[in-house]
Design a protein around this ligand. Structure first.
Ligand code: NAD
Ligand code: ZN
Ligand code: ZN
Length: 377
């Protein structure tokens, strides 16, 4: 490639400060260093976690930044020491990766990694070591990925190679929402055949959770959302019952307990709201009910009365659906290509990067599931 080893000037959507529209800027992307890969991003979804960082996380130190972590692209060039990838490979950048060396990485029971988590959980939620700059200033890379840029650079441990025929404007959803929701149901909750499930929040993550509950053989899947426009999609994904908490006088947990003769077997919170997390826990049946927190929140506390847990309920959390992206995503891509996993129903809009602020508005107003942003032509 003619660009290998050189700084690339390209377009990116820069978040200069919280609560402001993204700005399409020309940024400079440095060549990949040792063990790094520079990727031309083809397409990216926008996830609520991008909005969370921009509007809700109350973290003014972590700017300017390029958001986006649900992308797919093609390798442009590789740095020294990279053996697994070559220019032209189709790849997915991973916000959740494994260093392979820490205590967590050595335990097959978890997909967590100390190194990755310190980047994700730190106030900045991004690597301070960035390859981006704009107008002479360093620009941070959101969870290391930054897929709202025509080019991005990641360490090879945080990239996975996928089949050369994969459709990038669909399989990008494996980089976050699909794995997060589907895996929360099948890997974290371990939904059993014949069980009754409730999923709170019918965004892409919640719909993927519905899909996971269905594939695990749940007999009843209750979709809970305050936006009833989402119920049509929820039905397509396999939900059997639909509840709008705003249409009831009593707490939603009481409504679900009445509907299910004592509570659901599994509940999945895919909203990111601590009140909803409490409702999700209190909606599961005593004795064995499992509630899984999927929605992101690192600024508020979640509370409940201890007897809710003493009664035999379990509260768990799920990061990236428990999947190890590097190993699992290439297999999921093959399932998609073979027609076993349909991603089309998630995609309600397709736009070019210069319309990215329209996507922010659609997401905020609950008017889309996933808008796919075509990042580079
Ligand atoms: N744990 C992880 O690894 C991980 C990964 C990705 C995303 N997330 C989080 O998952 C959550 C969902 O992401 P998304 O992109 O699907 O979001 P989204 O904004 O597309 O969807 C959220 C849905 O929740 C609904 N909702 C809002 N308030 C509600 C309430 N009180 N009760 C019921 N429903 C309510 C909204 O109407 C909307 O349909 C976010 O918190 C996101 O940050 C977590
Ligand atoms: Zn996400
Ligand atoms: Zn590790």
């Amino acid at each position: 490639m003619a660009t290998a080893g050189k700084v690339i000037k390209c377009k990116a959507a820069v978040a200069w400060e919280p609560n402001k529209p993204l700005v399409i800027e020309e940024i400079e992307v440095a060549p990949p260093q040792k063990n790094e890969i520079r990727i031309k991003v083809a397409a990216s979804g926008m996830c609520h976690s991008d909005l969370y960082y921009l509007f809700e996380a109350k973290n003014s130190a972590g700017f300017p930044i390029v958001l986006g972590h649900e992308g797919a692209g093609v390798v442009e060039s590789v740095g020294p020491g990279v053996t697994e990838f070559k220019p032209g490979d189709k790849v997915i950048p991973l916000g959740a990766y494994r260093c392979g060396e820490c205590r967590l990485c050595k335990n097959p029971e978890t997909n967590m990694c100390e190194k990755c988590w310190s980047n994700i959980e730190s106030a900045q939620m991004s690597s301070s070591d960035t390859r981006f700059s704009c107008r002479g200033k360093p620009v941070l890379q959101f969870v290391g990925t930054s897929t709202f840029s025509e080019y991005t650079v990641l360490n090879q441990i945080a990239v996975t190679k996928i089949h050369p025929d994969a459709r990038l404007d669909r399989v990008c959803l494996f980089a976050c929402s699909f794995c997060t929701g589907y895996g929360a149901a099948v890997n974290t909750a371990k939904v059993q055949p014949g069980s009754v499930c409730a999923v709170f929040g019918m965004g892409a993550v919640g719909l993927a959770a519905v899909m996971g509950c269905k594939s695990a053989g749940a007999s009843r899947i209750i979709a809970v959302d305050i936006n009833e426009e989402k119920f049509e999609k929820a039905k397509i994904f396999g939900a059997t019952d639909f509840v709008n908490p705003k249409a009831h006088q009593k707490p939603i947990s009481e409504v679900l307990i009445e509907m299910t003769n004592g509570g659901v077997d599994y509940s999945l919170e895919c909203v990111g709201d601590v009140t909803v997390m409490r409702s999700a826990l209190e909606s599961v049946v005593k004795g064995w009910g499992v509630a899984v927190i999927v929605g992101w929140n690192n600024v508020e506390d979640v509370s409940t009365r201890p007897v809710q847990l003493i009664a035999g309920r379990t509260l768990k959390g799920s990061m990236f659906g428990g999947y190890i992206g590097k190993e699992s995503i290439p297999k999921l891509v093959l399932d998609h290509m073979a027609g076993r996993l349909n991603l089309d129903e998630f995609v309600t809009h397709t736009v070019k990067m210069d319309k990215i602020n329209d996507v922010v508005e659609l997401m905020k107003k609950g008017k889309c599931i996933r808008a796919i942003i075509n990042i580079s032509k």
